[in-house]
Design a protein around this ligand. Structure first.
Ligand code: ADP
Length: 690
């Protein structure tokens, strides 16, 4: 379909071709059929290059008509017009085909995706020059044969001249066209803006002045070389000015410079001026001038493109260097802020990387050496206490197995410090380049308290299971007994009642244990909301309940004791201590308990003193652990009460101990809590564990 845009395109290219062909025909001399210059070859190449399969049929028709019209109007015989049509078409077709092929061959764009390059790479220029020279050979051979056929004779000189003028036409015009093409839109937007030349060209003022200087210099040089004095073969001066422009400006300026130089030089050479005027034969003269201009322009372009590519490469390099540096910084920051130790070690024991946590966990002070120290220096042991060998090292095992390895190693510090358990994981790293030594990444962390927690949780669960199981066994046994009684018809009410009492008692103990377990969990992990607590009032409240026991205890409480703490936790603490004080008395002894307090250094030291059976020396520390009991045989209990007290006190940052009562039989339990008025935040509450 002929859209208005296509019609405009066709009209513009046809006019441009006709103008160029007309100018070319003006350079016919000596009644010869051949023009000395043929800019139309460049226009045709560009015309077909910017077209596509859809436009080529009409383009061919228009180019044929235009060639015929121009040849007729400039007096060429009809047969010659046919030859020119064939040569022009063949040249355009070969050029388009070769250009795309060469672009692909030198790694250029896929013609389907990006049909035309912007001539901003040396490879684009190479492909264009190659295609121009080759397509000009095709046109010259066909054209020259045609000439010979029409005129009956044709000399070799005109074959070379044909090739030269066509190749130069394509190189100069097509290159410039391809350079200008992508910039047209840009220039159009700039042209619409109101401000001056600087905005139009996008060049800063300094560069514009420099360009003006170059224009002056080139004009002066061209005038000197070609016109003013005809001083002899000084054409090389123009090479120098072109090189200067190529070094300082981009392909666009160099391309325009080339076109202007071509026009002026060939025109003046034709008119008999300049260094090439000495060449007798006019064809040779103009051909040499054209070749000179084409090669000079290519030189300028090569320099400009080379510089442009280098600058683009440098810019890319800088961007990727910056990105790499930022990435490295980020990775460093991540590594240094990790709690886990990270190290990369190769098969030769070289440490390629190790973070600060990695050194700290292994107890290495100062900068790490580049190699692993002798194994003994790390004091790493297996769980059974035997020192590890190199083959035990996780990274050595990971490299040998080509798989990840995880292990707990025990680090025994110098002196008598506690053993640290390190969980170490190692995994082989993929090879970055062939020939690299195998490497593994090792991550390690301190799991001492995790492992202790795990162990204590396991024994805790074991004790819970055992303590729940024994009343359950009692319940089962007495239930079976009761069932047997019921089966034998003679049921004795007293025996039945005794069975039921035992069953109820065992169920009560189970329920007490479950209650204590719940309280223990809440004390350990429940919410913690510190506030001013009236400890005396709270203890009196608790005491009232215990005072109702059969043993008729007497409980004294010092008034005016205040602490800062979590009300529920403090109540649990006081309740357990007073409860124990009332419980653990010798048979027949009336319990006497007193709660007193004294403030020292911001802490209230509270003592709960009783006249009970006391705690044997060996048990004084252990009774604060869960399920530890000193008088299991004679007194009922779960062994969780004091563990709950310890957790409650620890969460306030305080301590709890037991001592023998100084005067007479009994014990003194002493705990500390933040005194009222003291800032609680000075004592970070301890997060208790199982
Ligand atoms: P439970 O009272 O359920 O056995 P606790 O954790 O409260 O558990 O106490 C642990 C052990 O400490 C008790 O079994 C007992 O032997 C001992 N104990 C606790 N309080 C007293 C006390 N006031 N006098 C003597 N012994 C005590």
């Amino acid at each position: 379909m002929m859209t208005p845009a296509r019609v405009t395109r066709l009209a513009l290219w046809t006019s441009a071709f006709m103008l160029a062909a007309f100018l070319g025909r003006l350079t016919i001399i000596d009644d010869q059929a051949l023009s000395l210059m043929w800019p139309a070859s460049g226009v045709a190449a560009l015309w077909f290059l910017t077209g596509s399969r859809r436009t080529w049929a009409l383009d061919t028709l228009a180019l044929t008509l235009a060639t015929v019209v121009i040849n007729m109007t400039t007096g060429a015989p009809g047969q010659l017009a046919v030859v020119f049509v064939a040569a022009n078409l063949l040249q355009a077709a070969v050029f388009v085909l070769l250009f795309h092929r060469l672009l692909l061959a030198v790694g250029g764009a896929d013609p389907e995706v990006a049909p035309l390059p912007a001539m901003d790479r040396l490879s684009d220029l190479g492909a264009l020059v190659g295609a121009a020279m080759s397509s000009a050979i095709a046109a010259a051979v066909v054209g020259w044969t045609g000439l010979w056929w029409v005129l009956g004779s044709a000399d070799v000189q005109s074959l070379v001249a044909w090739w030269g003028r066509n190749a130069v036409g394509i190189i100069v015009i097509t290159t410039l066209g391809l350079i200008v093409r992508p910039r047209l839109g840009e220039l159009r937007t700039r042209a619409r803006s109101p401000s001056g030349l600087r905005v139009m060209t996008g060049m800063p003022l300094g560069r514009l002045l420099e360009l003006a200087l170059h224009v002056l210099l080139t004009t002066a040089a061209t005038a000197f070389v070609f016109w003013i004095s005809d001083p002899g073969p000084l054409a090389f001066i123009l090479i120098f000015t072109t090189v200067l422009i190529g070094v300082r400006f981009g392909p666009l300026v160099v391309g325009v410079h080339g076109l202007l130089l071509a026009g002026v030089s060939v025109g003046l050479t034709l008119a008999g001026h300049g260094p090439f005027a000495a060449i007798e034969d006019l064809h040779w003269r103009v051909l040499v001038a054209q070749m000179f201009v084409a090669l000079t322009s290519i030189t300028g372009l090569v320099l400009a493109l080379h510089r442009q590519e280098r600058e683009a490469l440098l810019a890319r390099l800088q961007v990727s260097q910056k990105a790499a540096a930022e990435r490295a910084q980020l990775l460093d920051a991540v590594l240094e802020n990790m709690h886990e130790g990270v190290a990369v070690v190769d098969a030769d024991d070289n440490i390629l990387l190790r973070n600060t946590a990695g050194r700290r966990l292994l107890g290495i002070s100062g900068a790490a050496g580049p190699r692993l120290q002798p194994l003994a220096a790390y004091r790493l042991h297996r769980a059974d206490g035997t020192p590890i060998t190199r083959a035990d090292l996780p990274y050595v095992r990971a490299l040998a197995a080509q798989d990840s390895v995880r292990d707990d190693l025990h680090l025994m510090p110098e002196g008598h410090g506690p053993t640290k358990i390190l969980e170490m994981s190692a995994r082989p790293l993929p090879e970055l380049s062939a020939g690299d030594l195998p490497r593994a990444i090792v991550t390690y962390r301190d799991v001492t308290s995790d492992r202790a927690d795990r162990d204590s949780l396991a024994s805790f669960a074991g004790v819970v299971a055992h303590d729940l199981l024994s009343p359950l066994t009692v319940i089962t046994a007495w239930s079976e007994m009761l069932a047997a009684e019921l089966d034998s018809d003679a049921v004795d009410a007293a025996e039945g009642r005794a069975c039921l009492d035992r069953i109820t008692g065992a169920a009560g103990r189970m329920s007490q244990l479950i209650d204590d377990l719940l309280i223990y969990t809440v004390t350990r992990d429940g919410s913690f909301e510190p506030a001013d607590v009236d400890l005396s009032a709270l203890a009196s409240d608790v005491a009232q309940v215990h005072a109702e026991a059969k043993s008729e205890p007497v409980i004294h409480i010092q008034p005016g004791l205040h602490v800062i703490g979590d009300h529920l936790l403090v109540r649990q603490l006081v309740d357990n201590l007073i409860g124990n004080a009332v419980k653990y008395v010798a048979p027949g002894v009336g319990p006497v308990v007193s709660v007193a307090g004294e403030e020292r250094d911001g802490w209230l030291h509270v003592t709960v003193t009783d006249n009970g059976i006391g705690v044997p020396d060996a048990h004084r520390r252990r009774i604060f652990e869960s399920f530890q009991r000193a008088h299991a045989a004679d007194y009922r209990g779960t062994g969780l009460g004091l563990a709950i007290c310890q957790r409650a006190v620890e969460r306030h940052g305080g301590t709890i101990t037991v001592a023998e009562r100084p005067e007479g039989q009994g014990s003194v339990f002493e705990f500390t809590l933040p005194a009222a008025g003291a800032a609680l935040d000075r004592r970070t509450p301890v997060t208790a564990r199982a």
